[in-house]
Ligand binder design. Sequence first.
Ligand code: AMP
Length: 579
Amino acid sequence: MPNMPDYEQARASFSWSDARGWLDGQPGGGLNITHEAVTRHARGPLSDTIALRWLGKHGHQRRFSYAALERECSRFANVLTKLGVTPMEAVFGLCGRIPELYIAALGSLAHRAVFCPLFAAFGPEPIHARMNQGRAKVLVTTRRLYTSKIAQLRERLPRLEHVLITDGDPPPGCLDLRALMAEASETYTIAPTHPEHPALLHFTSGTTGQPRGALHVHEAVVTHHVTGRLALDLRPGDVFWCTADPGWVTGTSYGIIAPLTNGVTVFVDEGELDPTRWYKLLEHEAVTVWYTVPTAIRTLMRAGIELALDRDLSQLRFIASVGEPLNPEAMRWGLEAFAQPIHDNWWQTETGGIMIANYASMTVKPGSMGKPLPGIVAAIVERRDDGSVRVIDKPNVDGELALRAGWPSMFRTYVGREQRYNECFADGWYLTGDLAQRDRDGYYWFVGRIDDMINSAGHLIGPFEVESGLLEHDDVAEVAAIGKPDSVAGEVVKAFVVLQPEVEPSPRLRRALLAFARKRLGMAVAPREIEFRASVPKTRSGKIMRRLLRAQELGLPEGDTSTLESESLQPPMWMSRGP
Ligand code: AMP
C-alpha cells in the first residue's frame, strides 16, 4: 500500500507543523538537516543499515552504514572546525559522484556551514561566477579538477582560503583531505540549529545576468522528508537510485537528503549514462525506487526496449521523473518497458523540493506533471501591469504557474540580489516563471518557460552565461544563445555569432569557437552548435530577440515581432499543449 493511499484525504488533513513531527528535531527546538538525515538513524535501530552504497567507475564499491556515515560526517565537521570555518561560511563541492562529496555536504551541514555543490562539468568561468558570488571559503575537489579548472582561477578567488583535495597528493596551496580526516575525531556534537539557519546554496541560471544563488535553510528538510515519503513513496528497506548529479539541486535534495531522512539505502553510480549498464544496475542493485530525468528515459528508448525486457526488474516498485517535460510517448514506452507508469513531477531550484507530482496512488495522465503536494497551494495566474496577479480559475487556460509562498523549502533569498528575490513574489504568490495549465480534474500541465532559459537534459542554462563566454573571444562581436529542440536532450544550446568586421567566417573558426567555449564554459554550458550571422535581431531597446531566433530555427512564422518585444506571456512556440 502506498504511503499516501488517498491523495484528497491526505491533502485535506495535511499541515506543515504536523509534518515537522515526522522528524525528530533537536532538543530545544533546533532542526538540522544532518541530524535528521544521518545522526538520528546512526543512533537508532537503523545504525547498521546501509545508508550509502557507492559503485565507482571502475567497479570499485564502498558502503557506509548510517553509523559509519555519521562517523565520516563528524570527521569532516571536525576538519572544518580545525580550519577555523564558522557557521554560515560557505563550503563548495566540485567533485563527481564520489562518497567524499556526500560526506562533505552532510558534514558541512552538521557544522552549520552553508554547502554549495558545483557540477563537475562546468568550465572555469561558470565555476568562478558561482564561487565568487557565494563567497566560497572552502572548496572540496579532486586533484584533476583542481589542476584543470581551479588553479587558473585561484588569484581571482581571494576569499577562498582552503582547498581540500579528496584523492591525495595535493598540489601546492591545497590540503590533503584524507590526512585531515584521518587525524580528526569521529565524534561531533551538532550545535542547536535554528530552522531558519542557512544551509544550502544552489545556483540557478538567469536569462539576463549572472547565475543566481538561491539560499535554502535547515527547515527545508521538512519538505525533503515529506516529498520523499509522499511523492517518491520511499519506505523502510528501499534501495533508492536518483540518477541526478549532486552538482545540481535534484542530486542534493533527492540524491542525499530526502532518502536519508527516510532511512533508506541510497545507491550511487559514479559512471555516466549507459543503457546496458543502467539496466544491469537496476537489476543487480535491486533498486526499488528510481528517480531519473526524461533525457535518460529517451536515451533508454533509443537503445531498444529489449534491453529492459531482458532484465528481471520485478523489485522496481516506483519510477519518477523530473526536470523537463516527460512526453506522453516516453510515458507509454515506460509502461511497456517497466510494466508500470513513470511518475512525472515538477519543481525548481527555488522551491527546494517537489511541488507537483503524480503520486503512487493516483491515476497518471500521460503528459501531466500531476497535482500539488499536500501543503502546497498552486494556481495558474496572470501578472497585471500594476505588479499584482489575477488567479485564472477557468481550467485549460495558459498562465504562469504560481505557488502560495511559505512552504519549508522555499528559497529565502538570492544571495546579494534581494530585489530580484522580491520580484519573484506578488500578492503572496511565488511566481515560478513557468507557463502551465490546470485541467478540470486539478492536474497541471507544463506549457513552457516564460523567459529564454534553455533546458538541456533537465539542466537550466542561462543564455547570458553562454553569450558572455563566447564574447570573450577576440573574433566575436555579438552572440545570441538559444535552446534548439533535440529529440534526446529536450534542447541543446545553439549560439548565433556575429564576427568582428574584419573576420571571415569559416568551418575552422567555428570549430575553434566551439573549442574555446568548451574550455571556458565546460561541457555543461558550452554551445553544441554555432551559426555565423551578419546580425542578431534586437528590440528597439537593444535586447536580443532570442524567441525570434528560435522561431526562425524551426522555420515557424516569425509572427508579430512587437509582441515578442514585450514581456507578455508568450509560450515558446514549439511546446506541445497540455490537455
Ligand atoms: P532547475 O531550477 O534547474 O531545477 O529547473 C527548473 C525548471 O525545469 C522548471 O522551472 C521547469 O521549467 C523545468 N522543469 C522541472 N520539472 C519539470 C517537469 N516535470 N516538466 C516540465 N518542466 C520541468
